[in-house]
Design a protein around this ligand. Sequence first.
Ligand code: HEC
Length: 148
Amino acid sequence: MKYLIVILILIFTLKNCFSNEKLYFPYIIDYNNFTAFKPASIEVGDAIKGKVILKSRKTNCLSCHNAPLPEERFQGNFGPSLLGLGSRYSKEEIRIRLINAKIINPDSIMPSYFKTLDYPRTQKKYLGKTILEVEEVEHLVEYLYSLK
Ligand code: HEC
């Protein structure tokens, strides 16, 4: 009986080690208020670089969203327009949506840009990686927040 309790405690501790707290490391997620904080060690992003990332094929944000970029001819309307985003949301609220929009809306079709790719059929070369690097997430946060 004693052993059983010890084993149960062990399993419980191990489970906690791999819980959500580690999932979005180094970010700190507040699941009640739907915000994501960056630790002070991570540098503030650069809005100009963020704009380039938003327009890139790597993220494809413009296939679903509309942004105030008249030079971009093809813009989508699957998702809400990104215009005025900085007046609607704080940086922390923008960040959580980039990290994983499914935390807020489990049915979201928006890709989770900072969730480790570990789906059963993920190709080996992508396994354990995220679509964006921390620095890229931060550049995007700054650009989107500048859209007032
Ligand atoms: C496949 C389509 C798709 C792509 C690609 C996509 N999004 Fe989204 N996005 C959505 C949808 C749909 C929503 C509406 C909320 C939801 O369903 O999660 C959304 C919501 C958002 C929101 C919240 C807007 C609001 O007013 O509440 C932001 C910010 C956002 N997306 C930014 C981005 C950025 C930046 C990228 C690229 C890095 C991106 N999205 C890529 C579909 C997409």
